[in-house]
Design a protein around this ligand. Structure first.
Ligand SMILES: NC(=O)c1ccc[n+]([C@@H]2O[C@H](COP(=O)([O-])OP(=O)(O)OC[C@H]3O[C@@H](n4cnc5c(N)ncnc54)[C@H](O)[C@@H]3O)[C@@H](O)[C@H]2O)c1
Length: 421
């Protein structure tokens, strides 16, 4: 038992549990505590110093109105610099951007009757099947235009689509109703990690059966997103990921760091801050539930800032409005970075983040064959990596650590302590 003086000394590193405000005052422990830490991480570490914030969006958030209530205010306040979203969230965002009607219903309805009556249900949200057909018709009309007749990154596709949603919104006298339109206005790049996996991709695929030349350039997306993170880090900014849900957008936003380090061979340490609101558990081995600590082992997160990272096991439809209100009430709007405006259009412009990224890669790998040269570039030749002396000795050390960890697990916790210190 500690005496009270030494106990007090041990606790000096922790803040006292009685600050003002709902989240600060009432969200004290367990996942409430994690949500408070998430709010503080946003306001105290991620937003200051003009840090770059990438947001990944999964789950049915825009159908639930969270685009209008939370994502758009965050984007307009300059609190979100780039986005990776499921296609579904962007597709359903169009209903709001085109002033279609979605209704608040119940999760306990007769789905056979709903199907018979042409009513679509997303848990407790209801809408007419014609909402889908009308949205599809809008998408097909827009993408049949000339500027869509070529391969492009998904950020470019969403930017162009956003331009048309924005124009339609003006005609309909709508204000701040669509994430896509807001991203267009604020020049916020939005990527989607699986462009074929939503009604947006389905419409693009259908048009390809006619004479559409629109194709998604996913390689460009991978490099462009990594270039944004590289620009943040090489200009002395923090790079943060704010993950809602999990899924493939979570990996896409995080893999920017291994793309820089493992694939392009550039010196980097990982994202500075990781904040996730999810229901996914870590013990299944799935990416959705993987912790920031696991991400450190991949180089996705900087080990030095790991103690600041937060996972709040909370429904994003509850967490996001709370976090949005907390940030907007405490942090002044930031100047929009307008990262999309600095995207090189077709060729690589000298000052673009992508150019910086590519040039630095060339400088640091001058002795290595470059992409397009006869020999396979070193970063895809696994055999070369294994032969390099730079990699050999750490390999031996890593194998020893893995063996020790495996032995420790087999022999139980006491042995683990003895072997691994
Ligand atoms: N009409 C369409 O275009 C359409 C509609 C729905 C889904 N889809 C596609 O289906 C796929 C699945 O989409 P998804 O985003 O629902 O993926 P998902 O259901 O796999 O969710 C991704 C992760 O987020 C977590 N999550 C989901 N909702 C959450 C919430 N409210 N709070 C906290 N965590 C939450 C999940 O547990 C999971 O770990 C996507 O690729 C999407 O594009 C398309």
């Amino acid at each position: 038992m500690l005496n009270s003086a030494s106990a007090a000394n041990k606790l000096l590193a922790y803040s006292r549990l009685n600050p003002p405000g709902l989240i600060d005052r009432a969200f004290l422990a367990y996942n409430g505590g994690r949500l408070r830490e998430a709010a503080k991480l946003l306001t105290d570490k991620m937003l200051p110093g003009d840090g770059f914030i990438g947001l990944s969006v999964t789950g049915a958030l825009t159908p639930a109105g969270l685009g209008k209530s939370c994502l758009i205010p965050l984007m307009k306040a300059g609190f979100v610099d780039w986005i990776v979203s499921t296609g579904a969230n962007l597709y359903h965002d169009l209903h709001y951007g085109l002033d279609m009607k979605l209704y608040s219903g119940s999760p306990f309805l007769d789905d056979v009757a709903l199907h018979r009556d042409g009513v679509i249900r997303i848990y407790d949200i209801l809408f007419d099947y014609n909402v889908l057909l009308d949205t599809d018709a809008f998408v097909r009309e827009v993408i049949s235009g000339r500027e869509f007749q070529r391969p492009m990154g998904t950020d470019e596709f969403h930017f162009l689509l956003g331009k048309y949603v924005c124009a339609r919104g003006k005609k309909l006298k709508l204000k701040d109703c669509s994430v896509l339109a807001t991203a267009y206005q604020c020049a916020i790049p939005i990527f989607t990690s699986s462009p074929g996996d939503s009604s947006l991709g389905m419409n693009v695929a259908a048009m390809a059966l006619r004479d559409s030349k629109l194709l998604f350039d996913v390689n460009r997306d991978v490099n462009q997103s990594a270039a944004i993170v590289y620009e943040a880090k090489s200009t002395g900014h923090k790079s943060s990921v704010f993950i809602l849900g999990g899924g493939s957008p979570k990996n896409f936003i995080l893999q920017t760091e291994p793309q820089i380090q493992e694939i392009m061979g550039l010196q980097e340490k990982g994202h500075d801050y990781f904040l996730q609101c999810t229901d996914a558990r870590p013990d299944t081995g799935g990416l959705s539930g993987a912790t920031p600590a696991e991400a450190v082992s991949w180089g996705k997160v900087d080990p030095d800032t790991l103690p600041d990272c937060v996972v709040a096991y909370a429904d994003a439809t509850i967490a996001l409005p709370l976090l949005t209100a907390y940030c907007l009430s405490r942090v002044k709007p930031r100047k929009l970075k307008r990262l999309y405006d600095r995207r090189p259009p077709r060729c690589v412009a000298e000052s673009s983040p992508l150019a910086l990224f590519e040039n630095r890669h060339r400088e640091q790998n001058q002795d290595q064959p470059q992409p397009g040269q006869a020999r396979e570039p070193h970063w895809v030749a696994a055999a070369d990596l294994n032969l390099s002396s730079r990699h050999r000795s750490p390999d031996r050390r890593r194998r020893r650590i893995c063996r020790q960890a495996a032995d420790a697990c087999r022999d139980g916790p006491r042995s683990a302590r003895r072997r691994c210190g």
